[in-house]
Design a protein around this ligand. Structure first.
Ligand code: HEC
Ligand code: HEC
Length: 212
């Protein structure tokens, strides 16, 4: 008897995994209602994002950020910055996408993604460079990007375990001014870059990638 119960439980689990990963499945609504971590509407909205940001916001594509685990405010600020062409957030794609969502949609999705678990990207990291990057991070970045960049505090985003190519674009944009970051961060980043050049950026990226 015990056997039978666990088998049927397993089948239900497999069915759920399948229908949530197929973004436009016909029984979308049913699956949405039974997925945890947000109301059905928010879950359904998030399906539109899954093609790029992965199931529940855990991205499998290196140029696309994982958005699972983003703090609600960070998420909302990012979406609003994308919506506004002068929002200070350089975007290849999100400018167009974000404009299709109302404040209510964004609030619902902010709730949904903040409840999803951040999963570190599976990527290579050079241990020597990562060790050098850790030192730079601790001196210049840890104050705002706490616990090695693993905490999204006051809109800082999660850096530890985020995709390296995505972070590389972010840092390039922050250095060139294409992306607005806090003045203090811009100043620190610039001084790190001036004293150690592109190597410093590479080391920081290896450090964030090394945290898995
Ligand atoms: C066609 C691919 C694509 C789709 C679909 C997509 N995104 Fe994005 N998203 C990106 C890319 C690429 C970036 C990096 C910024 C850019 O270049 O536009 C990004 C960045 C973001 C960020 C910023 C993350 C950070 O760390 O600052 C958020 C938030 C986000 N997307 C939310 C969403 C939501 C919510 C949806 C669904 C409504 C969505 N995206 C759909 C590709 C996509
Ligand atoms: C004064 C606080 C502060 C300091 C110091 C700081 N940051 Fe930031 N950082 C932030 C905030 C806040 C954001 C979010 C900016 C935004 O997009 O609105 C951010 C964004 C970023 C991003 C983009 C994340 C993403 O999802 O796209 C990267 C990468 C980053 N910081 C790296 C660094 C590095 C490397 C250092 C040290 C050289 C540093 N920061 C120092 C506050 C800080």
């Amino acid at each position: 008897m015990r056997h039978k119960i666990s088998l049927s439980t397993m089948i239900v689990a497999i069915g759920l995994t399948f229908s949530t990963s197929v973004a436009m499945a016909a029984d979308e609504e049913k699956a949405a209602a039974s997925t945890t971590g947000g109301d059905a509407r928010a879950t359904m909205l998030s399906y539109t994002c899954a093609g790029c940001h992965g199931t529940n916001g855990v991205s499998t594509g290196p140029a696309i950020p994982t958005i699972a685990g983003m703090a609600e405010d960070t998420f909302t600020d990012a979406m609003n910055a994308f919506k506004d062409d002068e929002g200070g957030k350089n975007a290849t794609i999100m400018g167009r996408i974000a404009k299709g969502y109302s404040d209510e949609d964004i609030a619902a999705m902010a709730g949904f993604f903040s409840k999803q678990k951040f999963v570190a990207a599976k990527q290579e990291a050079d241990a020597t460079k990562a060790a050098a990057g850790k030192k730079i991070h601790e001196k210049s970045c840890e104050k705002c990007h706490e616990e090695g960049g693993s905490q999204d505090v006051d809109g800082s985003g999660i850096l530890a375990g985020q995709w390296k190519p995505y972070l590389q674009y972010s840092l390039k944009d922050a250095l060139s001014g294409d992306r607005t970051v806090p003045k203090k961060m811009a100043k620190k980043l610039k001084s790190v870059h001036e004293s150690k050049g592109d190597d410093a950026i590479a080391e920081l990226l290896e450090y964030y990638a090394s945290q898995q």
